[in-house]
Design a protein around this ligand. Structure first.
Ligand code: HPA
Length: 242
Protein backbone atom coordinates (compact mmCIF):
# COMPACT_ATOMS: atom_id res chain seq x y z
CA UNK A 1 0.00 0.00 0.00
CA UNK A 2 1.03 3.57 -0.67
CA UNK A 3 1.27 6.32 1.91
CA UNK A 4 1.34 10.02 1.24
CA UNK A 5 2.92 12.17 3.91
CA UNK A 6 1.63 15.69 3.47
CA UNK A 7 3.73 18.68 4.43
CA UNK A 8 3.05 22.39 4.69
CA UNK A 9 0.23 23.23 2.28
CA UNK A 10 -0.96 19.63 2.06
CA UNK A 11 -2.64 19.12 5.43
CA UNK A 12 -5.26 17.01 3.78
CA UNK A 13 -5.41 15.09 0.55
CA UNK A 14 -8.22 16.65 -1.45
CA UNK A 15 -9.87 13.94 -3.54
CA UNK A 16 -9.21 11.17 -1.04
CA UNK A 17 -12.33 9.04 -0.70
CA UNK A 18 -12.41 8.61 3.02
CA UNK A 19 -12.75 5.09 4.40
CA UNK A 20 -11.68 5.26 8.01
CA UNK A 21 -9.49 7.18 10.39
CA UNK A 22 -7.38 5.21 12.81
CA UNK A 23 -5.74 6.68 15.85
CA UNK A 24 -2.67 4.50 16.37
CA UNK A 25 0.08 4.28 18.88
CA UNK A 26 3.49 2.72 18.43
CA UNK A 27 6.30 1.73 20.80
CA UNK A 28 7.82 5.12 19.86
CA UNK A 29 4.73 7.13 20.70
CA UNK A 30 1.94 8.62 18.64
CA UNK A 31 2.17 9.76 15.04
CA UNK A 32 1.44 13.37 14.14
CA UNK A 33 -2.26 12.56 13.51
CA UNK A 34 -4.58 9.56 13.15
CA UNK A 35 -3.90 7.69 9.93
CA UNK A 36 -6.43 8.48 7.23
CA UNK A 37 -7.27 5.42 5.13
CA UNK A 38 -9.11 5.73 1.88
CA UNK A 39 -9.02 5.54 -1.88
CA UNK A 40 -7.38 8.02 -4.19
CA UNK A 41 -8.36 7.43 -7.79
CA UNK A 42 -9.39 3.88 -6.86
CA UNK A 43 -6.10 3.00 -5.23
CA UNK A 44 -5.89 2.33 -1.51
CA UNK A 45 -3.83 4.96 0.21
CA UNK A 46 -2.98 6.13 3.71
CA UNK A 47 -2.55 9.80 4.33
CA UNK A 48 -0.63 11.32 7.21
CA UNK A 49 -0.25 15.08 7.72
CA UNK A 50 3.32 15.44 8.94
CA UNK A 51 2.64 18.54 11.03
CA UNK A 52 -0.57 17.15 12.57
CA UNK A 53 -4.01 18.68 12.64
CA UNK A 54 -3.98 22.44 12.06
CA UNK A 55 -0.23 22.35 11.45
CA UNK A 56 0.41 22.04 15.20
CA UNK A 57 3.89 20.54 15.14
CA UNK A 58 7.10 22.38 14.27
CA UNK A 59 9.64 20.35 12.28
CA UNK A 60 11.74 19.55 15.36
CA UNK A 61 8.66 18.50 17.34
CA UNK A 62 7.49 15.86 14.89
CA UNK A 63 7.75 12.28 16.13
CA UNK A 64 9.29 10.92 12.93
CA UNK A 65 9.78 7.45 14.40
CA UNK A 66 6.12 7.16 15.38
CA UNK A 67 5.04 8.39 11.95
CA UNK A 68 7.12 5.86 10.04
CA UNK A 69 6.38 3.03 12.46
CA UNK A 70 2.64 3.69 12.25
CA UNK A 71 2.76 3.52 8.45
CA UNK A 72 4.91 0.39 8.59
CA UNK A 73 2.48 -1.29 10.98
CA UNK A 74 -0.40 -0.37 8.66
CA UNK A 75 1.21 -2.38 5.87
CA UNK A 76 2.60 0.51 3.87
CA UNK A 77 5.38 -0.33 1.43
CA UNK A 78 5.84 2.95 -0.41
CA UNK A 79 5.87 6.52 0.81
CA UNK A 80 5.59 9.65 -1.29
CA UNK A 81 6.66 12.46 1.00
CA UNK A 82 5.49 15.91 -0.03
CA UNK A 83 7.59 18.80 1.23
CA UNK A 84 7.77 22.56 0.86
CA UNK A 85 11.34 23.77 0.42
CA UNK A 86 13.35 26.88 -0.24
CA UNK A 87 15.08 26.92 -3.62
CA UNK A 88 18.86 27.44 -3.69
CA UNK A 89 19.52 26.37 -7.28
CA UNK A 90 18.31 28.98 -9.80
CA UNK A 91 16.39 26.14 -11.45
CA UNK A 92 14.17 26.05 -8.35
CA UNK A 93 12.42 29.43 -8.09
CA UNK A 94 9.18 29.57 -6.13
CA UNK A 95 6.66 27.28 -7.80
CA UNK A 96 9.19 24.77 -9.15
CA UNK A 97 8.57 21.14 -8.33
CA UNK A 98 11.57 18.88 -7.75
CA UNK A 99 12.41 15.25 -7.24
CA UNK A 100 15.57 15.30 -5.15
CA UNK A 101 18.11 12.54 -5.48
CA UNK A 102 20.32 13.13 -2.47
CA UNK A 103 20.16 14.49 1.07
CA UNK A 104 22.55 16.20 3.44
CA UNK A 105 21.41 16.13 7.05
CA UNK A 106 22.07 19.22 9.18
CA UNK A 107 19.44 18.44 11.81
CA UNK A 108 20.39 17.68 15.38
CA UNK A 109 18.79 16.34 18.54
CA UNK A 110 16.11 14.37 16.69
CA UNK A 111 15.40 10.71 17.37
CA UNK A 112 16.89 9.44 14.16
CA UNK A 113 16.93 5.66 14.34
CA UNK A 114 14.94 2.63 15.42
CA UNK A 115 18.20 1.15 16.72
CA UNK A 116 18.11 -0.14 20.26
CA UNK A 117 20.95 -1.41 22.44
CA UNK A 118 21.91 -4.78 21.01
CA UNK A 119 19.92 -4.13 17.85
CA UNK A 120 21.84 -1.48 15.94
CA UNK A 121 20.72 -0.82 12.39
CA UNK A 122 23.30 0.29 9.79
CA UNK A 123 21.28 0.96 6.65
CA UNK A 124 22.90 1.51 3.27
CA UNK A 125 21.90 5.10 2.63
CA UNK A 126 24.14 5.76 -0.37
CA UNK A 127 21.06 6.57 -2.41
CA UNK A 128 18.56 7.84 0.15
CA UNK A 129 15.52 7.86 -2.12
CA UNK A 130 13.98 4.88 -3.90
CA UNK A 131 15.03 4.85 -7.54
CA UNK A 132 11.96 2.83 -8.54
CA UNK A 133 9.56 5.24 -6.88
CA UNK A 134 11.38 8.24 -8.34
CA UNK A 135 11.05 6.79 -11.84
CA UNK A 136 7.33 6.25 -11.31
CA UNK A 137 6.91 9.83 -10.12
CA UNK A 138 8.83 11.16 -13.10
CA UNK A 139 6.60 9.20 -15.43
CA UNK A 140 3.49 10.42 -13.59
CA UNK A 141 4.62 14.06 -13.82
CA UNK A 142 5.27 13.62 -17.50
CA UNK A 143 1.80 12.13 -18.04
CA UNK A 144 0.21 14.90 -16.00
CA UNK A 145 2.08 17.53 -18.01
CA UNK A 146 3.67 18.86 -14.84
CA UNK A 147 7.26 20.02 -15.01
CA UNK A 148 9.41 18.23 -12.45
CA UNK A 149 13.06 19.17 -11.98
CA UNK A 150 14.81 15.83 -11.74
CA UNK A 151 17.60 15.45 -9.19
CA UNK A 152 19.11 17.81 -6.69
CA UNK A 153 20.23 17.69 -3.10
CA UNK A 154 17.89 18.33 -0.20
CA UNK A 155 19.62 20.04 2.71
CA UNK A 156 17.66 19.23 5.87
CA UNK A 157 18.00 21.98 8.47
CA UNK A 158 16.79 22.03 12.05
CA UNK A 159 14.48 25.05 11.96
CA UNK A 160 12.00 26.19 12.94
CA UNK A 161 13.69 29.44 11.98
CA UNK A 162 14.66 30.01 8.38
CA UNK A 163 18.36 30.12 7.53
CA UNK A 164 20.77 33.03 7.44
CA UNK A 165 22.16 34.02 4.06
CA UNK A 166 25.59 32.70 5.12
CA UNK A 167 24.06 29.35 6.07
CA UNK A 168 22.48 29.09 2.64
CA UNK A 169 25.87 30.00 1.08
CA UNK A 170 27.35 27.09 3.02
CA UNK A 171 24.56 24.75 1.94
CA UNK A 172 25.21 25.74 -1.66
CA UNK A 173 28.97 25.13 -1.29
CA UNK A 174 28.08 21.71 0.10
CA UNK A 175 26.06 21.00 -3.04
CA UNK A 176 22.52 21.50 -1.70
CA UNK A 177 20.05 22.74 -4.30
CA UNK A 178 17.11 23.08 -1.93
CA UNK A 179 16.54 23.46 1.79
CA UNK A 180 13.79 22.12 4.02
CA UNK A 181 13.30 21.14 7.64
CA UNK A 182 11.58 17.78 7.58
CA UNK A 183 13.42 15.54 5.12
CA UNK A 184 15.43 13.97 7.90
CA UNK A 185 15.28 11.71 9.80
CA UNK A 186 12.09 10.76 7.92
CA UNK A 187 13.88 9.33 4.88
CA UNK A 188 16.38 7.34 6.94
CA UNK A 189 13.71 5.87 9.19
CA UNK A 190 11.74 4.74 6.14
CA UNK A 191 14.88 2.99 4.87
CA UNK A 192 15.39 1.37 8.28
CA UNK A 193 11.92 -0.12 8.00
CA UNK A 194 12.57 -1.23 4.41
CA UNK A 195 10.03 1.16 2.87
CA UNK A 196 10.43 2.73 -0.57
CA UNK A 197 10.51 6.47 -0.04
CA UNK A 198 10.70 9.43 -2.41
CA UNK A 199 10.19 13.15 -1.94
CA UNK A 200 8.16 15.53 -4.07
CA UNK A 201 9.55 18.92 -3.15
CA UNK A 202 7.78 22.15 -3.98
CA UNK A 203 9.93 25.26 -3.89
CA UNK A 204 7.85 27.91 -2.15
CA UNK A 205 10.48 30.61 -1.75
CA UNK A 206 13.99 31.59 -2.74
CA UNK A 207 16.24 30.41 0.07
CA UNK A 208 17.59 33.13 2.35
CA UNK A 209 19.87 35.56 0.55
CA UNK A 210 18.61 34.42 -2.86
CA UNK A 211 15.48 36.58 -3.08
CA UNK A 212 15.19 39.86 -4.99
CA UNK A 213 15.60 42.93 -2.78
CA UNK A 214 12.29 43.60 -1.08
CA UNK A 215 10.91 40.13 -1.78
CA UNK A 216 9.45 38.63 1.39
CA UNK A 217 9.95 34.91 2.04
CA UNK A 218 6.63 34.67 3.83
CA UNK A 219 4.69 36.41 1.08
CA UNK A 220 6.31 34.09 -1.44
CA UNK A 221 5.34 31.00 0.53
CA UNK A 222 1.74 32.17 0.78
CA UNK A 223 1.53 33.08 -2.89
CA UNK A 224 3.00 29.77 -4.08
CA UNK A 225 1.62 27.03 -1.86
CA UNK A 226 -1.91 26.63 -3.12
CA UNK A 227 -1.24 26.50 -6.84
CA UNK A 228 1.92 24.45 -6.31
CA UNK A 229 0.15 21.85 -4.25
CA UNK A 230 -2.52 21.59 -6.95
CA UNK A 231 0.29 20.48 -9.29
CA UNK A 232 1.51 18.03 -6.65
CA UNK A 233 -2.00 16.55 -6.58
CA UNK A 234 -1.98 16.24 -10.39
CA UNK A 235 1.24 14.24 -10.19
CA UNK A 236 -0.22 12.04 -7.45
CA UNK A 237 -3.35 11.46 -9.51
CA UNK A 238 -1.33 10.32 -12.52
CA UNK A 239 0.81 8.19 -10.23
CA UNK A 240 -2.28 6.41 -8.88
CA UNK A 241 -3.69 5.85 -12.33
CA UNK A 242 -0.62 3.89 -13.40
N1 HPA B 1 14.29 26.94 4.49
C1 HPA B 1 13.97 25.82 5.19
N2 HPA B 1 12.82 25.21 5.09
C2 HPA B 1 11.92 25.70 4.22
C3 HPA B 1 12.17 26.85 3.46
C4 HPA B 1 13.43 27.50 3.60
O1 HPA B 1 13.73 28.52 2.96
N3 HPA B 1 11.07 27.08 2.72
C5 HPA B 1 10.18 26.09 3.01
N4 HPA B 1 10.68 25.25 3.93
Amino acid sequence: MLAVIGGTGLGQLEGLVHERQEPVSTPWGKPSAPLEFGYYHDRPVVFLPRHGDQHRLAPHEINYRANIEALYQAGVQEIVAVAAVGGIDPRLPPGALALPEQIIDYTWGREQSFSRPGDVIHIDFTRPYSDALRQQLLKAADEAGVKLVEGGVYGATQGPRLETAAEVDRLERDGCTMVGMTGMPEAALARERGLDYACLALSVNHAAGRAQPGESIHDSIEATLEEGMARVRSVLTAFMEN
